[in-house]
Write a protein that binds this ligand. Sequence first.
Ligand code: FRU
Length: 505
Amino acid sequence: MKFNKSILFAGALLLAASCSDDKFSDVIPLPDNTEESDNGEDNSPVIGARDEQYRPQIHFTPAANWMNDPNGMVYADGVWHLYYQYNPRGNDWGNMSWGHAVSTDLIHWQEKAVAMTPNQYGDIFSGSAIYDKDNVAGFGNGAILAFYTASGEHQQQCLAYSLDGGVTYTQYEGNPIIPNTDMPDFRDPKVFYHAESGKYIMALAKGWDCSIDFWASSNLKNWTKLSEFRTQNGRMNKGQWECPDLIKVPYNGGEKWVLIVSLNPGGPTGGSGTSYFVGDFDGTNFVADDLEYPLWLDSGSDNYAGVTWSNTPDGRNIYIGWMNNWNYAGNVPCNPWRSAMTLPRKLELVDMNGSPVLSSSVVKEIDGIAGDWTQAVNGICEGGDAYEMVVNLQPSEKSTFTVGNGKGEFITVNVNPGAQNIVISRNSSSGATSFNGSFSLPGISAPYDINEEKLELHFYVDNSSVELLSADGKTAITCLVFPTEVYDRISGVDEISYRRLSSIW
Ligand code: FRU
């Protein structure tokens, strides 16, 4: 479909004017050769070897071009769908479309044709998808319905449906399903079925207004506003609220509701971060428990805009995040692609110091690419594309060690029982950092539970990222790194075991 440059630009400029951190003002001018033919455009995926410097080997990346938020994650007919914010025409943010990848195991991904490109209402911003098994919306049994924000002059919610297993989408003729002309920020619809009230619920983020709207529908086309959630917690009112998700999570023999909210800027290390509230949802209002907020789903610098899959076959809450940060996402030294997703993670609620906290663990499907556990000799993990390394420590013992490579590039990990935190230092010793002044971070700090019997730290290491997840899942630190060679060793601790993770490409 031909799209209108002036709408895209007017929208981008208006949006830029409304954002004091000007995240969207970085809109790249469209190259001169972007006029599309009226015959439609070729959206076939670019197939590349994915073996360039810094190219992740166990994380999803598009072969070429810019990617940000994961979108429309849904499991349907044996296939895990991952859509994502994508610029089909370049390696910077712009021309926002939904790229598409599919998997049968959540680990190996196959890139498909771009699913949606900008239309008369604007760019295709973030959103979600559901599998309409029983034809509630009337487009057909088993249709996949995509809810997204069209971002043009205004941010409005739109619906598109796919009758071919998520490959192509038709725009619903009644769009926008939730029109909006007065709110500058009103986006990222996440839809789920709320069995207790028999209604579909949509969570929407209102950016600088620091609030989440809840809307309801029984036919997925007509929506009514239910309520608004905001907090008095000043720390959470410092940035834009984006990409909400409301999930039901088992806890202590019952269940709680967790409201995931991405915050930018104002994240745990500055820039972008993913926070959450724990509370109850009665089908109308979400009420947060009185806990010490903000709570971070990941205390690292590079896990943003993540939400969970819809319709998981076994009821797991499976999350994936954009492994980047708006502070420097446009400058990371990757070419011809930019940005990867985190590994998919299972979210659960566990107890920490008497309060519920989210725990994250990499999905068990990772075993499918894992070799046997081996003991590292001299701290070195030999060969292979990527690794899972495990370090065992006494929770009450202070320790400092590095994760790095033979080129003298490393990050430092400090375990501080007194402060009950783990601090990672990612400074100029970690590899390339000079591409953006805010990339060097001397103190990325995450809480850990010193009351656990052991502190078992798992490091998932790829060419340009380290994800630290404690075995109890309570500590999560995701950081990008750009070393000249993959980190393959730990020094400063004795017992290291590891298993190779083979390339997913
Ligand atoms: C989050 C976000 C969303 C928006 C999208 C635009 O990173 O800002 O709020 O829909 O990115 O690409």
